[in-house]
Design a protein around this ligand. Sequence first.
Ligand code: SF4
Length: 199
Amino acid sequence: MDKSETKDRVRERIEEKITGFPVCEYAFIRLEEIPFSEKVRYICRTECPRYGKSWSCPPAVGTVEECRRRCLAFEGGFIFTTVSEGADLENMDAMLAMRTDHEKITRQIVKIFREEYEKVQAFSTESCAICEKCSYPDAPCRHPDHMLPSVEGQGILVTELAESHDITFLNGSDVVTWFSLILYSGQRQEACPDSKESI
Ligand code: SF4
């Protein structure tokens, strides 16, 4: 079986498992398609109240160039969205609960990728909110294996990336679209179909 055939089978397996989750839209992407921009970092720095307050956001995540290099060290990417309908944008607790649901799905999808790849890194919408108060910058992150860095914090133009794969970002005035990016590399060995017979 050649490499592209194996890749197709891996994707098929992943896609089959993902049908079990309330994922709205998804796409496999090539890493060179990810648009990194200093403009995103400028917006983080000048407009986001989470800038400099979390391990999941800049400047803790490094420069845009460092983020770009780290991302490009993987082999492929996967983007997906989930939506929350009937969102009350003024109700922060309700919004946080909706976002927590998206992050749970992201972690479950990460597990699916880990079954196929040695190295997997996920990024999710907005700043990490696991702890009531982030330990940044006084102590290390309390949950480094659980924390999902912000995709925007990497300097990625999320809407441009989504639109280039026909993923809809605006789904209605009371609908929030949550976005995640998963990077992966190092495909695990496929079990040989004849191995059982030869034992
Ligand atoms: S897990 Fe806690 S310490 Fe780590 S980034 Fe999130 S809020 Fe900060």
